[in-house]
Write a new protein. Structure first.
Length: 206
């Protein structure tokens, strides 16, 4: 589900540590949802540790599940959740969650905003850009300036509120409770909690 996007090479100013950590978590969610976690990804995930916060505990739980997971089982789970015969248990696209159909107006609006923010889908990627993995990647990239200069708070808020806030927490909640979710259930918890934190932070202004 990942978008391999072209990037604008540009010298960027220093990024605050808190923002870098936010970007890292967006990127982690993007990578772990883009394709089945392989042995290396599982090893990296099981090495994570969280603090005593609710988000930190979700990270710790995911690390523990990763330590018990095998690549073949994770691939089978991923396929049942997102691919399936015809379609998986979940359709992780903004258009579907917001309209009930794929390739609808939310995708067209996203494509306009991608251009405005210096983002472009690679020529060899054919999946709609409004999938959850790609949107996580885009948000993380905007924070640290991978496509252009780092986005200021207002530009981050605008993108988040238009393309992520209306549906991502709902998707992550569905992922938590999906009948085929084992490894991906704590991914859903982590994503849902992070989306709630981001929504509240943007509401409060930073």
């Amino acid at each position: 589900m990942s978008e391999e996007m072209t990037m604008t090479a540009e010298t960027t100013p220093a990024i605050a540590e808190e923002d870098r950590m936010r970007a890292d978590l967006y990127n982690f969610l993007g990578v772990i949802l883009a394709r089945p976690a392989d042995e290396l990804m599982l090893a990296q995930t099981k090495s994570l540790s969280g603090d005593e916060s609710e988000l930190g505990q979700a990270i710790t739980t995911l690390a523990k599940v990763a330590a018990l997971s095998k690549p073949r089982a994770v691939e089978s789970e991923y396929n049942k959740l997102f691919i399936g015969l015809g379609r998986g248990e979940l359709l992780p696209y903004a258009s579907y969650y917001l309209t009930g159909f794929l390739n609808e107006k939310p995708l067209a609006i996203l494509r306009q905003d991608m251009i405005a923010n210096g983002m472009a889908r690679a020529d060899n990627v054919f999946e709609p850009e409004d999938n959850i993995a790609s949107l996580m990647e885009m948000m993380g990239a905007m924070i640290v300036g991978r496509f252009d200069k780092p986005a200021d708070l207002e530009r981050q808020r605008t993108f988040f509120n238009k393309h992520i806030a209306p549906w991502a927490a709902h998707f992550y909640s569905d992922l938590e409770g999906a009948k085929n979710s084992v490894f991906y259930a704590p991914v859903g918890t982590l994503g849902r909690l992070f989306m709630e934190i981001e929504t509240e932070a943007f509401r409060l202004g930073g």
